[in-house]
Design a protein around this ligand. Structure first.
Ligand code: DAH
Length: 339
């Protein structure tokens, strides 16, 4: 009996001084394993008198349980210590300052688009979009551009098939809008347009436009002028002046081309405006009564105006960019300048 107590005490004192999991496992084998100190005690039972055996056996089992209980406690303690150490070493201080993160900037075309959009929306315009693959009917026919019109030349237009083109302008959205909405109509239609042009400083086969359309009773050219003035002043500054020159577009009558004070030289004359002090920025006009009719509106009741802005042009003039390709090459050295 004393031996049991002694072996148990011995085992427990070793257990208490163990400080690694490996050593702990090793100790367990030495104590409880087949040849372990406690297990070996059982083998001596045969030498005892039969009546002593139950008491002895019970005592050994108690010793075993006592060891196991302390063993489990120690094991938990060591495992917890390991976990704590790991947590402590992996701790991240989220309040530490980071290195400077460079913020992206909106593309200049996006910035200019949003400026135009915001002025228009404040004045009650909605934004509508149309497909880039467009029926000839909308891109040309309903806009009073008949089959033999030079704008339809194979040189200019990407034909998918004889009836479907990549839209050459955003004007087809006008026709779509008139056919599906009742006046009053006040919309702008932003989007990509396509033309078979070779790439150079002033041409790109893909570029961006914003179309504007207003249809109501009693809309006049004065309304158009005021609207264009408002947009250009918002974009280029309050001191911007506009000049309307007679122009021609099949879908408007009368039509005008609009020049604005060159925002770079403020009208003094510079290379960007070729010394003129003014620079052409957009086309516009009163919606041709034939177009109204073809789109199901009575020209005796309704009138309206339309305008078409080239986003690249507006942006390049605003920022003094002389090569349209810069807008499409995504060179961060260029883009970063539009903060
Ligand atoms: N669609 C014309 C183009 O791409 C631009 C334009 C001119 C649109 C006059 C209009 C307009 O709505 O009235 O060249």
């Amino acid at each position: 009996m004393d031996q049991i107590t002694e072996i148990l005490q011995q085992a427990l004192s070793e257990l208490r001084s163990t400080d690694t999991l490996d050593a702990l496992k090793e100790l367990r084998v030495r104590v409880l394993g087949k040849k372990g100190s406690i297990s070996t005690l059982m083998k001596g039972m045969g030498k005892l008198a039969p009546e002593e055996r139950p008491v002895f056996g019970q005592k050994v089992n108690e010793a075993r349980t006592a060891f196991e209980t302390e063993f489990e406690a120690k094991k938990n303690e060591l495992e917890n210590a390991i976990k704590e150490a790991k947590l402590a070493s992996e701790k991240i201080d989220v309040t530490l300052p980071t290195g400077a993160v460079e913020k992206g900037v909106l593309h200049p075309l996006t910035q200019v688009y949003r400026e135009v959009r915001d002025v228009c929306m404040k004045l009650g315009f909605n934004v509508v979009e149309g497909p880039e693959m467009e029926l000839d009917k909308f891109n040309f026919e309903l806009l009073n551009i008949p089959k033999e019109h030079p704008a339809r030349d194979m040189q200019d237009t990407f034909y998918i098939n004889p009836e479907i083109v990549l839209r050459t302008h955003t004007s087809p959205v006008q026709a779509r809008t008139m056919l599906t909405n009742k006046p009053p109509i006040r919309v702008i239609c932003p989007g990509k347009v396509y033309r078979q042009d070779d790439v150079d400083a002033t041409h790109s086969p893909v570029f961006r436009q914003i179309e504007g359309l207003v249809i109501d009773k009693g809309v006049t050219f004065a309304d158009l002028r005021a609207m264009i003035d408002t947009i250009l002043k918002a974009l280029y500054g309050e001191d911007t002046q506009t000049r309307f020159r007679p122009g021609f577009f099949p879908f408007t009558e009368p039509s005008a081309e609009v020049d604005a004070t060159c925002s770079l030289c403020k009208g003094k004359g510079c290379p960007a405006c070729k010394g003129a002090g003014m620079i052409e920025v957009l086309g516009c006009g009163m919606v041709n009564p034939r177009v109204l009719e073809m789109c199901g509106l009575d020209p005796e009741v309704y009138s309206g105006y339309a305008f078409g802005l080239g986003l690249d042009r507006l942006s390049n003039i605003k920022y003094g960019v002389t090569d349209i390709r810069l807008n499409y090459e995504n060179d961060v050295r260029f883009l970063r300048q539009f903060r």
